[in-house]
Design a protein around this ligand. Structure first.
Ligand SMILES: [Cu+2]
Length: 119
């Protein structure tokens, strides 16, 4: 009976070590959240942000889907798949400095565009 409890204690320690490892491990530098379709408008919100090279932007579907996010001249950074459901999200990491013009293909004509400055 005593060894049985000891076994649980050991398992508890392993869980603690794993959680500490996750907390201290390499993590993604999340710089900003951009909502695609906000307050019933076809917009990126915010549509003009400045981040540092290597940081990650999370794009989350808001109102009036479907949306996507295409970076002008950078197909490797673009997320051309349409996000159909509210709450769908994807992350894009901008490794190089520069100014990145973004647009939502279905709604670019309605002005759903933005710019991400990476310094
Ligand atoms: Cu859109």
């Amino acid at each position: 009976m005593k060894t049985f409890k000891f076994k649980y204690l050991i398992q508890g320690w392993w869980l603690l070590f794993i959680l500490i490892g996750i907390a201290l491990g390499p993590s993604v530098a999340y710089a900003a959240d951009i909502t695609m379709g906000s307050n019933g408008n076809l917009v990126f919100e915010p549509n003009d942000i400045t981040i540092s090279a290597g940081e990650t932007v999370t794009f989350t579907n808001g109102a009036l889907p479907p949306h996507n996010m295409v970076v002008d001249g950078h197909p490797e950074l673009s997320h051309t798949d349409l996000a159909f459901a509210t709450g769908d999200s994807f992350d894009v990491t901008f490794a190089e400095s520069g100014d990145y013009n973004i647009q939502c293909d279905p709604h670019a004509g309605a002005g759903m565009k933005g710019i991400i400055h990476v310094k």
